[in-house]
Structures are given as C-alpha cells and as structure tokens.
Design a protein around this ligand. Structure first.
Ligand code: PFF
Length: 464
C-alpha cells in the first residue's frame, strides 16, 4: 500500500488526518509563510510608500483575514472533502443551491494560476542558493548584484530549469500524502527560518539604516496611500494567509474534531504577520543604506539581502542558509496550492494520488512557462496595456494581479457570504465548536457584514 493510501486509512478508517493540533498549526503556518512574506510583502510595501500601506495591510489581516481563515477551515472540516465537494455537500445539507460548488472551482483555479508563477519565483530562490554558497556575493557592489539578478531573469533556460526543479519538489511531497510528506518537513523548517530572519534583522540593526527602515515601515504617511494601494494591501492579506485558494479548506478537511478553529487561525495569522514584519525590518535598512530604490519591484529582496551577505562575516554561510530556508518556506506553501486539486482528482475522479499529483503538477508547470518568458523573450508583451489599470503589465504581472487582487478577494468574499448567509448560524457555530458568546458574535458580524462590505467597497473603488 502506498504511503498516501496508508495515510488515508489511519485514524478514521478512510481519511488522512493531521496527527495533532500542533501538526495542523505548523502545516497551516507553512502554507501561510512563504514568498508572500519575504519576497512579496517587502516589495509591494516599497512600491506603495511604506507605513500607511502596512497599516492597511495589518487591518485587513485582523478584520478580514482571520475571520475568513476561520470560515475556510470550517468549510473544509465540516465537508471533509476537497473545496469543490465540501461546498456542494454543505450547501445541499443546508437546503441551498449546489451551485455553491462553483466557488470551489474558482478557488482551485486561483491556486492553479498562482502556483504557476509562484514556482518560477521559488526558482529564483533556488538559484540563489548556488550564488550564495559559491561566494559570488562576497564584497560585490549593488550594481554587480543587480547585474546578477537581471542576467538570471534574462536567461529563459536557467529560469526554466529552476522552475522545473521546484515543481518536481512540490509534486513529490504532495504525491506522498499528508503525513508522510507535509508534516515532517514543516516541523523543523519553520523555527529555523524564524531564527535566521532574526539574525538578518540583527545585521540590519548593526549595519543598515535601521532608523529609516523602521520609519518607512511604521510611520504612516497617508498622502502616499492610493485606492489601488488599498486593493493591493487587501489582496495581499488574502495571499499571505493562503485564503481564497482552497488551501485552508483542503488543510481544514484533514483537521481532527475538538481543535479550536478560532485559536489556531489566530495563531497562524500572528506568526505569518510577524514573519512579514521581520522580513521588512531585515530588508529596508539595507535598502536605504545602499541607495537601492525601495520601489524597485520584484527584485527587491534578491538585490538587497545579497548585499548584506556579501559584507557580513560568515555571509556565505548565512546567505546559503537563508536561501535554503526561503525555498523551504516556498515549498511548504506550494504543496498547499497543489493539494486542493489533487484532493479533488483523487476523491472525485478516483485517480491515484501519485498520478493526480503528477498530472496536476505538470499542467501547472506548463502554465508557468508564461511567467518564465515574461521576464525575457516576452518582456514586451503587454496584452492589456490599452486599459489604464493594466498599463505596462507583463503577462506575469497580469497573472499576479488577476489572482491576488481579484480572484482571491472574490473567493474570500464568496466564502464569507456562504458561511454568513447561506448556512444557519447554529450550524456554523456548532461546526466551529464555539459557545454562543461574545467571541462568536464578533466573528459572525465580521463575516456577515464587515468582510463582504469591505471587499465590495474596495472593488468598486478600483473599478470606478
Ligand atoms: N501564503 C503563501 C505566501 O505568503 O507565500 C502563498 C500561498 C500559499 C498562497 C498557498 C495561497 C495558497 F493557497
């Protein structure tokens, strides 16, 4: 019997389960903490002017992110199936239309698209392990390091190689199933990443322009806050917490009863936020001390941190470790992007988990080629430039924009409407295993009113 099917048979007689509350917290944190925290958060903060953006982002995490994470985990646990089937089962059980399953389709489509470019970026991190280990950064200037980054992007074959390797890593873990693969990996890696980030912050305090970096992150200047920045902040809250993509639903479907969904969601969100802020504190002091443009885009982390590694004692070692851990963080996220699709193929089409993981993974890999080429041979292809809001965006930019800023908030909005309006409050409360107390009422109000209204307002503003 394969590891995966053995997994399936443990505990429940048929379904795989996380072995403990801790295992779920680690897996969900593994999903949440990834490139979004260390690569994306710093660069979009840089592009959107700093403090005020960070404040909106934190607000979105608290008011929208945590309630929706609870809703999604609950949907998964109550349905005990992939997002598509779980939505259908819960809807029909509540006497609602089976069409709610389309929300499941949409979140799986989002995960499909996101993983296609996520893997390409994770490929950058993979290639940086080699640069760091071979001492390429030692004593290098900002220009040299910028040059390394641009020549990497200009070379489709190399990007393709790393993208392929990363997809392979993702497929292998998902093929092995919940316990055999996922659980073991995250237990060790997440704490190690945390410690290494602290080391980087230490370096930034010692050698960077810490005061300026700190002020940039935490002193809000609302004159720099545009409506599109608010949309980006909200979209990123979804992205970084792995919401609107079925990941938390799929992971919730393996969550044992009697584990508090509220507590775990709060813990996971706090850890995710701390990692993002630490990444910001490690990066911006170096950015400012070295005259790098804070708004220089997706290359920010790949240009600022190598500078620090090139100058600090033991930099080759720390740099190598750092990029290894970055890859691991991305890895524990990418598996949660592939899992919902594989779970569905397995349960619905009766496809063997291994085959499902390979089939799903290869299709996503193919779509990833679009992102690979966006940085070089297709860098001039900007298909939607006739619209003001998409001006100058490459295919990679568009995929990122479409998912993070539109599909994820929409998926989250629909999950909130489903839980807040389509299901009865009693069934929801029981599924969350909560008392009818203040906490429940606060959460319920957020999900029913605050979240949908907030997402809609941000949407309408941006369309208008
Ligand atoms: N939350 C991950 C990150 O911040 O890097 C990315 C991600 C993983 C998004 C899984 C969505 C998801 F389902």
């Amino acid at each position: 019997m394969s590891t995966a099917s053995k997994d399936q048979n443990e505990q429940t007689g048929q379904r795989a389960m996380w072995s403990s509350r801790m295992a779920f917290i680690l897996a969900a944190t593994g999903s949440a903490v990834g490139l979004g925290n260390i690569w994306k958060f710093p660069y979009i903060t840089g592009e959107n002017g700093g403090g005020a953006f960070v404040l909106v982002y934190l607000l979105c995490i608290a008011v929208i992110g945590i309630p929706i994470m609870m809703a999604e985990v609950m949907i998964g646990r109550s349905g005990r199936k992939s997002p598509i089937s779980a939505m259908r089962i819960l809807a029909t059980r509540a006497g609602r239309s089976a069409n709610w399953q389309w929300v499941g389709w949409m979140v799986i489509a989002s995960a499909f698209i996101i993983l296609s470019f996520y893997s390409v970026i994770a490929g950058w991190a993979l290639s940086y392990i080699g640069y760091a280990a071979s001492g390429t950064f030692a004593g290098a200037s900002a220009e040299t390091i910028g040059g390394i980054f641009s020549s990497l992007l200009a070379d489709p074959a190399t990007l393709l190689l790393w993208h392929s390797l990363f997809m392979l890593l993702t497929i292998v873990v998902v093929a092995r199933g919940v316990r055999g693969g996922l659980e073991r990996a995250v237990t060790l890696l997440m704490p190690a990443l945390f410690v290494l980030l602290l080391v980087m912050v230490g370096y930034a305090v010692a050698a960077g322009d810490f005061a300026r970096g700190f002020a940039f992150l935490f002193r809000p200047d609302f004159s720099k806050l545009t409506t599109s920045a608010v949309l980006t902040a909200m979209g990123h809250a979804f992205f970084t917490l792995s919401l609107g993509m079925g990941a938390m639903m799929a992971y919730g479907s393996y969550l044992p009863e009697k584990v508090s969904i509220a507590k775990t969601a709060i813990i996971v969100s706090i850890m995710d936020t701390v990692v993002a802020l630490l990444a910001g504190l490690a990066i911006f002091p170096i950015v400012f001390a070295n005259g790098i443009e804070a708004s220089s885009g997706p290359g920010l982390v790949f240009q600022s941190l190598p500078l620090a590694f090139g100058q600090m004692p033991g930099g080759a070692l720390f740099g190598t470790l750092f990029f290894i851990l970055l890859v691991f963080a991305a890895w524990s996220s990418s598996i949660s992007l592939l899992e919902p699709l594989v779970e569905w193929l397995e349960e619905h089409r009766g496809i063997d988990r291994k085959i499902a993981a390979i089939g799903g993974g290869v299709s996503i890999w193919l779509l990833g080629l679009v992102s690979v080429f966006s940085f070089n041979i297709w860098s001039d292809v900007k298909p939607l430039s006739m619209f003001k809001m998409f001006e100058g965006k490459t295919m990679f930019d568009l995929l990122d924009y479409l998912t993070a800023n539109i599909m994820l908030p929409l998926g989250g909005l629909l999950a909130a409407l489903f839980v807040g309006w389509a299901l009865s409050s009693k069934s929801v409360r029981e599924a969350l295993e909560m008392e009818d107390n203040m906490q429940f009422k606060v959460w319920y109000t957020l999900v029913r009113y605050v979240t949908p209204v907030a997402v809609l307002i941000v949407f309408i503003y941006n369309l208008g």
